[in-house]
Design a protein around this ligand. Structure first.
Ligand SMILES: Nc1ncnc2c1ncn2[C@@H]1O[C@H](COP(=O)(O)OP(=O)(O)O)[C@@H](O)[C@H]1O
Ligand SMILES: [Mg+2]
Length: 428
């Protein structure tokens, strides 16, 4: 017998004893969902022999930097690393008591089929953690839900946890889990203010956003479903389409550089007036060198980049890419948005960065609450990349892009301390 010391944000305590089949955790970014979920599963797996956890991301590979990493960190934080072994091919974590954690994705039919047949070495898969659950479709969810069936030994039950930040209120998760009562469902909401461990810089950034972007703050800060009212694009469809080059009249890349913000690189096809987002590289905290090293895209395709960063453009050119800076002129942002609004934008389901942005990118509201024609300058990295990719086709002037002017504010905020529990958990 061994005891572990656990620090747990109070807001999540009720979820630890919940028996519902579906635990649906909506929350603002930084509310502590992922850390709590990882700690929860580690203690559950240590205590309940016969349980196996399947972690799902839309793109299987994304598990490495999210679910797998969180679970590994939780194992070390709880001081139980002697009770687990880690494998990277295939990604897997084994507990000494025979329980297992396995990982899967829903990116294409291959991954879906794999997930349908995936098994633990002992007993059933009893638990599923779907991280960033808004990325998966309702059909994907049904496949996962279907995996959890069959009679279980006494005391065990099936449970699926969905963790995500809210997106538009038209999302299927809202319809299925929030808009109707169901005794099998436990919905839960948390915000960064509920996280006693939220770092001060992040906290202040959120507080700043409350003033600079009240609409976005409702979603990112308060964890509320986004209104579709005021969204810049509604003319898009998320679907599988054939990405072969010969299906398009033109192909262009667009890139908005970033490090703390996402670096967004989009591969866009054009056909009969429609726009097709075929692939994306959407990453934070990656250097230009990192991104170049894993970008195996066709180097001949014109790649239109943010002209504010000529050094980075040069790096891409030196690596053989046909990188160019987009030209900027006043009114160019609106021109490119107007152009894009006039056509249908098709997006492949695995382009999750683009999908997440297009679902939230909205017009700023003025002090009367009326919608202006200025886009909110948050979460617009893939949107800029998309605009850049189209620049050659916008008739008239050479392509111009200028970022919306950012106002300078002075802020200072006191961070309230949310409560957390310190608990000792006995491991059998
Ligand atoms: N129980 C906890 N113990 C220690 N740090 C925590 C805890 N919960 C949250 N944190 C801190 O808060 C940050 C945000 O939590 P995270 O779970 O990633 O938020 P979310 O998944 O809701 O976006 C983490 O990176 C971690 O630093
Ligand atoms: Mg998270």
């Amino acid at each position: 017998m061994k005891t572990v010391n656990l620090k747990r944000n109070k807001i999540f305590a009720p979820l630890w004893s919940a028996k519902q089949r579906y635990i649906v955790m909506l929350g603002s970014a930084g509310s502590g969902k992922s850390v709590d979920t990882a700690q929860f599963y580690i203690t559950r797996l240590l205590n309940d022999v016969g349980r196996n956890l399947l972690c799902v991301r839309k793109i299987s590979q994304s598990n490495v930097n999210s679910t797998y990493n969180e679970l590994k960190k939780a194992i070390y934080r709880l001081g139980v690393s002697d009770l687990f072994t880690f494998k990277s091919v295939p990604l897997q974590i084994d507990c000494v008591n025979g329980n297992q954690i396995i990982f899967g994705g829903m990116n294409d039919d291959g991954q879906r089929e794999k997930l349908k047949s995936i098994t633990a070495s002992k007993g059933n898969i009893t638990d599923v953690w779907i991280e960033e659950a808004t990325e998966i479709t309702q059909a994907d969810f049904e496949i996962i839900d279907d995996r959890l069936r069959g009679i279980l030994p006494d005391g065990l039950f099936y449970q699926i946890r969905l963790t995500f930040n809210p997106v538009s209120s038209s999302h299927w998760i809202k319809k299925v889990f929030f808009d109707r009562a169901d005794k099998n469902v436990l919905t839960h909401k948390s915000t960064y203010r509920d996280n006693a461990f939220c770092d001060t810089a992040y906290y202040n950034r959120m507080e700043r956003r409350k003033i600079t972007d009240p609409e976005g703050y409702k979603i990112y800060g308060l964890g509320e479903w986004g209104e579709t009212n005021g969204l810049i694009f509604s003319n898009f469809i998320i679907e599988d389409f054939n990405t072969d080059d010969e299906n398009f009249d033109h192909i262009r890349y667009g890139q908005d550089f970033g490090f703390n913000h996402a670096n967004a690189l989009l591969d866009v096809g054009f056909k009969d007036g429609d726009v097709f987002v075929r692939r994306e590289i959407y990453d934070r905290e990656k250097t230009t060198d990192d991104i170049i090293s894993f970008c195996n895209w066709n180097k001949n395709v014109p790649m239109y980049c943010d002209s504010a960063e000529p050094d980075r453009i040069t790096m891409w050119q030196r690596s053989g890419f046909n990188a160019l800076g987009v030209k900027k002129y006043p009114g160019s942002v609106s021109a490119s948005i107007d152009w894009l609004k006039g056509r249908k934008i098709h997006i492949r389901p695995e382009c999750v960065g683009t999908i997440s942005e297009i679902n939230q990118w909205r017009w700023r509201k003025d002090s009367n609450g009326d919608i202006t024609d200025i886009p909110v300058p948050f979460g617009d990295d893939a949107m800029s990349a998309l605009r850049y990719a189209c620049c050659e086709f916008i008739v008239g002037e050479p392509l111009p892009f200028s970022k919306p002017k950012r106002k300078i504010y002075n802020f200072s905020f006191e961070k309230p301390i949310a409560d957390y529990d310190k608990e000792e958990i006995v491991i059998l």
